[in-house]
Design a binder for this molecule. Structure first.
Ligand SMILES: Cc1cc2nc3c(=O)[nH]c(=O)nc-3n(C[C@H](O)[C@H](O)[C@H](O)COP(=O)(O)OP(=O)(O)OC[C@H]3O[C@@H](n4cnc5c(N)ncnc54)[C@H](O)[C@@H]3O)c2cc1C
Length: 415
């Protein structure tokens, strides 16, 4: 039985979340408009968020956690709301649809609801040792302590198993050496979920084994996470580099089974792909609605531009794209919720399609607005730049296609 209506329970969550954003986030954005308006004030000379912005982000996290939104997609066993994939995509799509370029609002994006796997009650934490549970989980769930997910390296992005970061056991401690790059929230996190080689021979002789996951205190001696990497013309940001120089980590900080870290990493990334797709669909709807509104107002040659066929085609193509992306997104969420095994092929189809779709839709929306479309006022250009970015993290568009083809070649051709 197919049912595409939003359940009353999900509607209630979405309406509550809107209320939270309107009553808590928006007033803080207004009060701090001068600080948040320009990147010149928001970031320091090294590209880090200034302390006032970090404080505001923390204030929102704590309030969102108190209200139950910050942890809603974390597992119940970790203290989260335990909501499944369908609720997750519906909530994220709704949030990014209503608040438009939420992706560029530093008090909203990944703050009210943290990234689905690289911060907050990440699925990686399902593997936390009992010794650390009581010490760390309550503060992570409360938004007091934040995390980052350190898998990629300068020479190991798509090809994660090309990683070089190593952890060697010395006495009762693990000692980590190496570097991680492009790590979201690295400069600000309290703990990093770090993936490092623990058995080089096993890594060489097996597929995906020999790498382990560690929960590393970011204030450990020998850990340097000063560098952030601004991108897409931004003056700062939240992706950065972490360097490990003989960083000591207690045995209890090993997450899950030793040498089985890649499985833990991919479990997280998979959830991230779906969450990112939902944000893309929501943002695309926001962009199309702006284009439709403008097409009904702006006049050229004696009629509104919406009456010109070339403009109609852009609107119609955007609608086709969003419709297809949204259907794909909810079907994939439904599969995740109804089957034990994650639908790998369909998650990759969804991530690649939704993020590429957002690029096409924002491009059309800008074009429909003419010169207005590229002004900072409308923020469409920022959505366009962000759309371009989303084709790279959590597996590039090419890696998604590689996964899709591999699954097809294994015989998974049913739809
Ligand atoms: C905004 C942002 C946030 C990020 N956050 C994190 C984070 O929090 N944690 C983390 O660990 N990483 C993070 N990353 C890193 C991200 O996961 C990597 O950038 C990504 O996996 C690609 O790796 P790469 O940049 O090294 O590109 P490469 O792997 O070097 O790829 C270069 C090009 O070659 C293509 N390519 C590579 N292999 C193949 C193949 N087999 N077939 C076809 N084409 C191929 C790629 O698609 C790409 O076009 C983030 C990246 C960005 C942009």
């Amino acid at each position: 039985m197919l049912d595409f209506t939003m359940s009353d329970d999900i509607k209630d969550i979405v309406n509550g979340l809107y209320k939270f954003v309107d009553q808590v986030v928006v007033p803080l954005e207004k009060d701090n408009h001068a600080l948040l308006e320009s990147e010149r004030d928001m970031f320091d000379r090294n590209g880090h968020f200034v302390s006032e912005v970090l404080e505001l982000r923390k204030e929102i996290r704590l309030k969102s956690a108190e209200a139950g939104y910050y942890t809603m997609f974390g597992a119940e066993e970790l203290g989260g709301g335990g909501f499944g994939a369908i609720t997750m995509v519906a909530v994220l799509e709704s949030l990014y649809h209503k608040y438009g370029l939420a992706l560029e609002r530093p008090l909203l994006d990944d703050v009210v609801i943290p990234s689905t796997f690289s911060n907050g009650l990440s699925p990686v934490l399902n593997n936390i040792k009992p010794e650390l549970r009581d010490k760390l989980l309550p503060d992570i769930a409360a938004g007091k302590v934040t995390l980052c997910f350190a898998l990629s390296e300068p020479d190991a992005g798509s090809d994660v198993m090309a990683m070089r970061t190593k952890a060697v056991k010395k006495g009762d401690k693990w000692v980590i050496n190496g570097s991680k790059q492009w790590i979201t929230n690295s400069a600000y996190a309290d703990y990093a979920m770090v993936f490092a080689i623990t058995d080089p021979e096993l890594k060489a002789s097996s597929k995906g084994k020999g790498v382990s996951c560690f929960l590393v205190d970011c204030n450990s001696e020998g850990l340097d996470r000063q560098s952030v990497i601004p991108f897409m013309g931004s003056l700062g940001g939240n992706i950065g580099i972490i360097l490990f120089d003989n960083v000591e980590v207690p045995e209890e900080n090993v997450m899950g089974t030793l040498n089985d870290g890649l499985k833990i990493a991919m479990g997280g990334v998979t959830k991230g792909r779906v969450g990112m797709s939902a944000k893309a669909v929501g943002t695309a709807r926001w962009a199309l609605e702006q284009a439709v509104e403008y097409a009904n107002i702006r006049k050229t040659f004696g009629k509104t531009i919406g009456q010109h066929q070339a403009v109609q085609i852009k609107l119609a193509e955007s609608a086709m794209d969003i419709y297809a992306a949204k259907a794909m997104l909810y079907k994939t969420a439904w599969e995740i919720e109804n089957f034990d095994k994650p639908p790998i092929r369909d998650i990759s189809c969804t991530k690649a399609f939704c993020t590429e779709m957002l690029g096409r839709v924002t491009d059309h929306a800008i074009q429909v607005h003419g010169a207005m479309g590229i002004t900072n006022d409308l923020q469409l250009n920022m959505a366009f730049r962000r759309a371009r970015t989303l084709r790279i993290p959590d597996g590039t568009a090419e890696i998604q296609r590689r996964t899709i083809a591999q699954e097809l070649l294994k015989g998974r051709t049913e739809f």
